[in-house]
Design a protein around this ligand. Sequence first.
Ligand code: FES
Ligand SMILES: [Fe+2]
Length: 363
Amino acid sequence: MGTATKTSDSAMHMHLRRPSEDAIQSYYTAMRRFWHPVLAADELPNDTPIGVELLEERLVLTRLNGAVVAMQDLCRHFQAQLSLGEVRTVAGHGQCLMCPYHGWSYSADGRCVEIPQLAADRQIPADAVVPSYLAAERYGLIWVCLDDNPLFELPIFPHVNEPDFLAGPLRKYPTWKASTPRAIMAALDDTHGPWVHEGLVGDRNHPESPEHKVRRDGRNLVINIRMVQPDNPTISENGDPTAKIVNLTTTVGIPNTIHFTIRAEGSERITLIWQAVCPIRYNESLTFWGSSRNYDLDKPAYNDKFERMQDTLREQDRVIVESQRPWLLPPFWTKIELPLRPADLPLIEYQRWLEELGISTML
Ligand code: FES
Ligand SMILES: [Fe+2]
C-alpha cells in the first residue's frame, strides 16, 4: 500500500470527527479577508448597539454619528460586552458607545475617549482601544470585514438595484448547522433538484446535468446553463404542467454570496434570487435571502406562492446540508469527496477557488 493511499485512508476517518483546532483557525484566518453579511440593516436601531458573531468572534454593531460601526464586543477595561451598553454623546467626540460595566466610552475608531473614574492627574491609557472593523450597508444588510484590506470589494448583485425590478422582502433563515461553503454549494449545485426538490425544480425523468459554461469574472464565478424544470411559481403563474426550459445565470461572489438570474425560454419574465451567507462559526451559517422581479410590478412585492415555495426548497436543502461531513470543505487531495466531471463542474470550480484562497484547507 503506497503512502498516498495511507494518507487518504486516515483522512477518510479523520473527517468523521470535528475539524482540528488548526483547521478551524486556518479557515477563520482565510475567511477574515472577505466582507460578510452579519445583520439586516433594519435590525440595527439608531441608538442601541447589537451583538453579532462572525467567525466565532463577538462583534458589537452600532450607529455612531450616522455611520455603522463594528468593534470587538469586549471592553478593554474588564472585557464586558459592549453590546450591553448604550450610545451617548461625549463632548468633543460626538456619539460614542458606552460600556455597561463602568461607563468607559469609545468613539467610532475604537478609542476610549472618556473614563468616569479617571483621576484628574491621569491620562486615558494609550492601550484603551477596542479593535474596530470595516462596516458597510448594502442590499439591506450590514457587512463587516475583519481585515483592514479586504481581498474583494463588497458584492454586486446583477440587476437588483435597477428601476424595472421590484424587490421582495428581505428574509433571514434560521441558522443552519453547516459551514458557509457548504451552504453556498447547495445553492450552486444544479443536479440535486430531481432528488431533493422533485416536482418543484426537479424532475426525475430529466436527471441529466445541464451543460455548464463557467468563468471567473473579478471576484465572481459566473455559470450559465439551460435546464429543464417543472413549471413553478418562479418561472410562470400558469400552473402549466409542461416542463419549461429555463436559462439561468448564476453569479457566485467568492466565498459567501450567490445570485441567480432566472428566465424561462421565450419569456420576458426575469426573477432574481440571491443569498448572502454569514459564517458565524465553522459549523453555523446564517443566510439572508432576497428576490426581485421585472413583472407584476403593480402587485404586492410579497408573492405568497413564490415565497412559500422558496421556504420549502430551503428546508429540503437544510436537511441534506446539515448531514454533510466534514464540516469544512475538504481539499481535493484527500479524495474524501468524488465530484464528477462534467456534471459537478460549477462545484469543482468554486472549490478550486476556495482552495487557492486557503478556505478549503487541511483537515
Ligand atoms: S468593563 Fe467596561 S468599563 Fe469596566
Ligand atoms: Fe436545493
